[in-house]
Design a protein around this ligand. Structure first.
Ligand code: NI
Length: 174
């Protein structure tokens, strides 16, 4: 296992839709292991493969950020098949260090995905888990949580990021 560098916005890999995994194999499992290690190290509660520079449709969520056993969820080729309700909530993102946005998302989601053995499963979930999953799927679709805020807010955040890039303080969590 290895910790991989986290890609920061506006790296193009974050702005391109990822490709579905054709065969869940050892390479996929190695990617997942590295993603888990990288996310726990950050620490964060969710990570998409393109956040470590890999354009594959794979994401992970662990609401305990590795603090509790059995909380890790791995999604290969996740597809949101149903949503219900709407709720606003605060979100952060490992590709946007120290940026917090209030984002409206579905309250409940149903997702279909493959596990690390390539077995299909369906999960119905709500609240923070649903939010995290939707945030990660948004990454995999080639978007970031910025797309959910007003144009004004977006412009403001982009300006702040530009300033931080110039100042050399736009750096991934160590
Ligand atoms: Ni994110």
């Amino acid at each position: 296992m290895a910790i991989r560098p986290i890609v920061l916005y506006p790296d193009p890999v974050l702005l391109r839709a990822t490709e579905p995994v054709e065969t869940v194999d050892d390479d996929t499992r190695e990617l997942v292991e590295d993603m888990v290690e990288t996310m726990y190290e950050a620490p964060g509660i969710g990570l998409a493969a393109n956040q470590v520079g890999v354009g594959k449709r794979v994401c992970i969520v662990d609401l305990s950020a590795g603090e509790e056993q059995g909380m890790l969820c791995v999604f290969v080729n996740p597809k949101i098949v149903a949503t219900e309700g709407i709720e606003a909530g605060e979100e952060g993102c490992l590709s946007f260090p120290d940026v917090t946005l209030v984002v409206k998302r579905a309250l409940k989601v149903t997702v279909e995905a493959l596990d690390v053995e390539g077995e299909p499963f369906t999960m119905e979930t709500e609240g923070l888990m649903a939010r995290a999953l939707l945030h990660e799927c948004e990454h995999l679709d080639g978007y970031t949580f910025l797309r959910n805020v007003s144009d004004l807010k977006k412009a403001l955040i982009k300006k702040q990021i530009k300033k931080r890039i110039k100042a050399g303080t736009w750096v991934a969590t160590e």
